[in-house]
Design a protein around this ligand. Sequence first.
Ligand SMILES: Nc1ncnc2c1ncn2[C@@H]1O[C@H](COP(=O)(O)OP(=O)(O)OP(=O)(O)O)[C@@H](O)[C@H]1O
Ligand SMILES: O=P(O)(O)OC[C@H]1O[C@H](OP(=O)(O)OP(=O)(O)O)[C@H](O)[C@@H]1O
Ligand SMILES: O=C(O)c1cccnc1
Length: 492
Amino acid sequence: MNNYADDSLALHTDLYEINMMKTYWETGKAEQRAVFEVYFRKHPFNNGYAIFTGLERVINYLENLAFSETDIAYLREVTDYPEEFLDYLKNFKFKGSVRSMLEGEVCFANEPLMQIEGTLAECQLIETAILNIINFQTLIATKASRVRNVCGDDKLSEFGSRRAQELDASLWGTRAAYIGGFDSTSNVRAGKLFDLPISGTHAHAMVQAFRSDYDAFKSYAKTHKDCVFLVDTYDTLRSGVPNAIRVAREMGDQINFVGVRIDSGDITYLSKQIRQMLDEAGFEDAIIVASNDLDEKTILNLKMQGAKIDSWGVGTQLITAYDQPALGAVYKLCAIEDDNGELVPTMKISSSPEKTTTPGKKQVWRIMRNSDGKSEGDYVTFDTEDPREEDSIFMFHPTYHYINKTVKNFTARPVLHTIFQDGVLEYDVHPDVHTIKQYSADSLDLLWNEYKRMLNPEPYPVDLSQDLYDSKVASIQAIKKRVNAIKDNEEE
Ligand SMILES: Nc1ncnc2c1ncn2[C@@H]1O[C@H](COP(=O)(O)OP(=O)(O)OP(=O)(O)O)[C@@H](O)[C@H]1O
Ligand SMILES: O=P(O)(O)OC[C@H]1O[C@H](OP(=O)(O)OP(=O)(O)O)[C@H](O)[C@@H]1O
Ligand SMILES: O=C(O)c1cccnc1
């Protein structure tokens, strides 16, 4: 790895972003105002919702965004950018505005999670890092939420650091997992940096090092108050558990015998046998921890089989989002300044309908029934609309209009909040991670279970306001007319 005197995240971007900045800069468009929005098109893991995370790191990134001396020197070396453009980059600072969902918010496909308004140049530069952060963190928080859904009140520990896609992923991934519903992490640095509860047992290596379950457990017990013994190194039922019980008895009040962990074999069978052995020995309160390539599907299955597990350690499958390793959120231009200095909606049409964007600078409203607070759906409007001023709103499916309803007696909560205004951080609350976790649990409570079930959840309504829908249809027609006129001209 090359050693430079300094480093920054300004170059944590795709080359094409800086190339586009250069084009904007040379053609006088760099300062033109634009609005970009982040959204994903499909829920990860076929889930019915996602948990938005990543804002804390995005704030940190934007606050510190500047090209360092060596960033500029590197660009000078490897590109043909002229000195004037490098000077422009040297003086670059983020001066845009950001509106975003708060961390822990329940979010859905095809609605903006974050909105950036700024100059074309600055909006373009930050695309890669923003997607990098939000895609990963939101994915892991959602996976964690799925695991939490099948676990009820059981304890959940995140064990994935050794398998995560490198150091950053284990760190921010475990923070996301905590927000999504995990109780603790085994990563001590994550505990320190984010104030996460940390937890840990011991590995097979220690049992091997002492050459016997008894010697290992006894030694651990003499050096620790809280003890969870790993009982499957040699023979779970004939050696591991009996020796754990023996040490617990011998040490008595000198230790807190929390329980045992199993990490291989048939978890249902073993846990039932172990429960019986612990109970018969008088350790009814001792818990059984299970680990070994667990995910929400295996845990659900084990629970259906009646496995007697109180606490789950989940690593690889969670931290790598094994069954869907990327979220796929995109960053799309939705409004741009015209020659009169007005922001006007803009859109991209694609031959695949799901890739057609919705034009305009938007707000997302969570519509909740006043009778019980439950969510009726999300209502996406222009940012100038305010459904709080209406007595009733007509919500219709953006493709199948016959699926519709008129909602009365509702509360509309805006979901996008101002984070930066013209480069100044307005949302300087920096809620602690426990508050974020609680916020997430509370916003999930407002969803009917039909949207939360793991298998084939009901699609949650994300509807467009009439104005937004009409504008989208009008834009599509206008673009088609323009393209046809150009084609006709060429053919003449
Ligand atoms: N009763 C069960 N029903 C369904 N899946 C189970 C059950 N018991 C264990 N599993 C899961 O089956 C998978 C394989 O378990 P197994 O004991 O064969 O692990 P292993 O990978 O061979 O062991 P090791 O980790 O020592 O290599 C793991 O994902 C485990 O969580
Ligand atoms: O299975 P995960 O969900 O990733 O949980 C973390 C795993 O890490 C440890 O195993 P280790 O890495 O020592 O290897 P092992 O698979 O042989 O147990 C631990 O015993 C778990 O099995
Ligand atoms: O504390 C544990 O038991 C643990 C931590 C990380 C990975 N496997 C197990």
